[in-house]
Design a protein around this ligand. Structure first.
Ligand SMILES: [Fe+2]
Ligand SMILES: [Fe+2]
Length: 297
């Protein structure tokens, strides 16, 4: 950790470097996820991994004291968040973060070209990327099930917000690439902080703690690769814009999830996003993930 092997994710890159990195990412992503099952929005290796978790379930030593508190607050916070225990807040917070992700990809899946109509390497990468995001929602669902929450529904946002999410991927690249990159970066930051929170909240539930970490690692490894991949769409000016967007973007997004302010240090998350350089990630993640060549020292 902190070995200085990698450079800031905001390191500028030339058009030629980016082209070569798209080719390299395309090779990586095909072996990483395995066969794409487009009708199921799924990937062979991810499906097998989820099945492994489902076939080898672990359960809480002490079941949730008040599952109704989860079900009452997971879609919209009804109670005063300060009145809820940290376990409930963590689980409703995880759901809300994942729900945003799910809504975003659901809108995008129908508006980007399918694989048969993807003629550029960027289009193909984007199609597989979306399938991976659907796998993440399944892994999040499995986290909640592991905590005994098997009645979770994935609820769409209101019709207006859904429409906005559907339009987003149709925007021209120069408008859409920077927020899309910062969103992926925000995911990695959030998951790193969530990983640390598991140690704290699940100290007395080692089996579930370790399982949730395994499930989260599956997601984070993809998300780290997405950070590099989405960064690869962006030239030097867009990179400056992206860095400037980290603070307002994280602030806006996390303000929308009341659990985050209760459980996490948002200022620290913003700072981690601005300083992100891959060096803090553990080796076992780096090995299975992807980092642009120009971010390697
Ligand atoms: Fe994701
Ligand atoms: Fe992602």
């Amino acid at each position: 950790m902190g070995t200085g092997k990698f450079l800031s994710v905001f390191t500028p890159a030339t058009a030629e470097q980016r082209k070569a990195n798209f080719e390299d990412y395309w090779i990586f992503t095909q072996q990483h996820g395995g066969e794409l099952f487009e009708d199921d929005k799924d990937l062979a290796k991810k499906r097998a991994r989820l099945k492994h978790f489902q076939d080898n379930p672990v359960t809480l030593r002490k079941p949730l004291a008040d599952p109704d508190a989860f079900y009452r607050n997971y879609v919209e916070m009804q109670d005063d968040p300060k009145s809820l225990d940290r376990m409930t807040l963590m689980l409703t917070g995880v759901y809300k973060f994942a729900r945003h992700e799910w809504v975003g990809i659901k809108g995008a899946w129908d508006s980007v070209p399918d694989m048969a109509n993807s003629h550029t390497v960027e289009d193909k990468i984007s199609r597989v990327h979306l399938a991976e995001e659907f796998c993440h929602v399944r892994l999040f669902d499995e986290m909640l099930r592991t905590c005994g929450l098997d009645k979770v529904e994935w609820v769409p946002l209101g019709p207006i917000k859904e429409k906005i999410y559907e339009q987003f991927p149709k925007f021209p690249g120069f408008l859409m690439d920077t927020p899309a990159f910062v969103t992926e970066l925000m995911g990695v930051t959030f998951y790193c902080h969530l990983h640390a929170l598991f140690d704290d909240v699940l100290a007395e539930e080692p089996e579930v703690r370790d399982r949730l970490k395994e499930l989260l690692d599956e997601i984070t490894i993809d998300e780290v690769a997405h950070v590099g991949q989405r960064r690869n769409f962006i030239g030097p000016i867009g990179m400056k814009i992206s860095k400037a967007l980290v603070s307002p973007f994280y602030t806006m997004f996390f303000n929308d999830i009341p659990e985050v302010g209760e459980l996490f240090d948002v200022k620290q998350m913003i700072s981690d996003g601005q300083l992100f350089d891959f060096n803090e990630l553990p080796e076992h993640m780096i090995e299975r993930s992807w980092i642009p060549s120009y971010c390697k020292a």
